[in-house]
Design a protein around this ligand. Structure first.
Ligand code: ADP
Length: 448
């Protein structure tokens, strides 16, 4: 129905002026309602015009037909003539309705729909202007009814109305109509003030939400900048620290080589401590450097994860054999990841699964991938020493360990690496475990 859409667009562009689009709340909807009333009234009134005109001529009241046509022309002008303000259109609409009412009352008396129009005008005015104007229209209706009462009583005009109504019945009918009008406007008033309050509340909430959203966005930006600064700092610090540390390490080795046995026994022990601490510090710093480097100037690639896991198994071959670990691999998808980092992620989880095994039990490790609607969930499960619930978060923090080095070697960086790598892929990592009952490390990677 192309013509209907064209017609709708014409009426809308004519009746909804620029100012209407900037309105909020009920005022906006009043204008939309008015546009729709005009949009549907116009074709309907054209259809109603034909029997109306035929009837007026057959009943020998041709003037009624002429007035009918005038009213329809008026509606057409309100909807189709451009460059008239919305307010003027609304008033023209009300005037036309009053014109129809008076004409119908005069020509058809109680047989016609004239009195009903009074009621309809009050409702229309309350809807498109507001209930204050609705009350005014009830007042105007009362005034007009009184006018007609005078006409009937004094038989001023030789019209149908005078012939059909007695003053008594006129007062009875019109007072009922005015009473009904008042009840309708009062009810609409209640409804609209409730609606207006709700809309204002919602507006207020939306404004607050917007303001909070902006503040939050600012905070996120600040946080992101600070995070970048911190990463930069960690990178530079760990990079620059490596050099003097290397010097300390080299000279400790030289000292050990040249003076071992020449100094007293305590000095030998001290030298040993220094050399161990330097090695450890080197491990910590190089871990930090790797951490700061994760995802640096790299692009994700489409990678077959089966290949990644095969490479991890090859790299860990010696450890796997030494621990008699049994590793079961599932089927893995081809997805877009940072390949080096993704391999590192599996490597850390698998080597932890082997490292934190229970004494006297061979490690049983299972690695799987499960597809979800918008992501892949990978898991690495072991039958190791397990983790208490209170440490579920702590273990992912850099340098946090749950065991002394004498029991399990490590720097406490592995899981922090894993977390950063998963987050680099827009995902989340978590653990489910119980002491002595093994652990399952999960991570979810979004598909896009
Ligand atoms: P590291 O392995 O160097 O100690 P990680 O960051 O990899 O550091 O792990 C942090 C801590 O989390 C470990 O010290 C250990 O206590 C605990 N953990 C990690 N993986 C496991 C596991 N598979 N089973 C039990 N505990 C684990």
């Amino acid at each position: 129905m192309k013509w209907w859409i064209v017609y709708q667009n014409i009426v809308k562009s004519n009746t909804l002026d620029q100012a209407s689009h900037t309105l909020r709340g009920l005022d906006f909807w009043r204008n939309i309602l008015f546009t729709n009333i005009i949009m549907y009234l116009l074709p309907v009134s054209f259809i109603a015009l034909i029997p109306g005109v035929i009837m007026s001529f057959s009943s020998n009241i041709p003037l009624l037909g002429v007035y009918d046509m005038l009213a329809v022309l008026m509606f057409a002008a309100i909807g189709l003539v451009p460059n008239i303000t919305l307010l003027v259109r609304k008033w023209l609409f009300v005037l036309t309705l009053y014109f129809i009412t008076v004409v119908l009352l005069i020509y058809l008396g109680s047989f016609g729909p004239g009195l009903l129009y009074f009621l309809a005008i009050t409702i229309f005015i309350s809807l498109i202007f507001g209930t204050r104007q609705g009350y005014i229209s009830v007042g105007l209706n009362t005034f007009l009814c009184l006018g007609f009462a005078v006409v009937i009583h004094f038989q001023v005009l030789e019209v149908k109305l005078v012939n059909i109504y007695s003053i008594g019945s006129w007062i009875a009918v019109s007072s009922n109509l005015i009473f009904l009008g008042l009840v309708i406007v009062a009810s609409l008033d209640l409804l609209f003030s409730g609606l207006q309050a709700t809309i204002e509340k919602e507006d207020h909430l939306q404004t607050r939400l917007k303001a909070e959203g902006v503040a939050l966005e600012k905070m996120v930006n600040v946080l992101q900048t600070k995070n970048q600064e911190l990463e930069q700092f960690a990178y530079i610090a760990s990079h620059d620290l490596q050099e003097p540390l290397q010097t300390v390490s080299s000279f400790t080795i030289l000292l050990e080589k040249q003076y071992q046995g020449q100094l007293d026994q305590t000095a030998d022990v001290y030298l040993n401590y220094i050399s161990q601490s330097v090695s450890r510090m080197q491990a910590l710093i190089s871990g930090l450097l790797d951490y700061a480097r994760i995802g640096h100037e790299k692009q994700p690639e489409l990678v077959n994860c089966n290949d990644i896991l095969k490479a991890v198994m090859d790299d860990l071959d010696a450890t796997i054999k030494a621990s008699n670990a049994n590793i079961k691999l599932g089927h893995f998808p081809t997805i877009e990841v940072y390949p080096v980092e993704f391999k590192q992620l599996f490597q850390n989880l698998v080597s932890n699964a082997i490292k934190f095994r229970k004494e006297g039990i061979f490690p049983e490790i299972s690695i799987t991938a499960a597809e979800e609607q918008s992501s892949w969930v990978f898991s690495v499960a072991d039958n190791g020493i397990g983790i208490d619930k209170v440490f579920y978060e702590k273990i992912f923090v850099i340098y946090q360990r749950l065991h002394p080095r004498s029991k399990y070697e490590g720097t406490g960086i592995g899981l922090a690496h894993c977390k950063k790598i998963v987050e680099l892929h827009g995902g989340k990592i978590w653990v489910e475990s119980e002491p002595n009952a093994g652990s399952i490390f999960y991570f979810r990677i979004p598909k896009k």
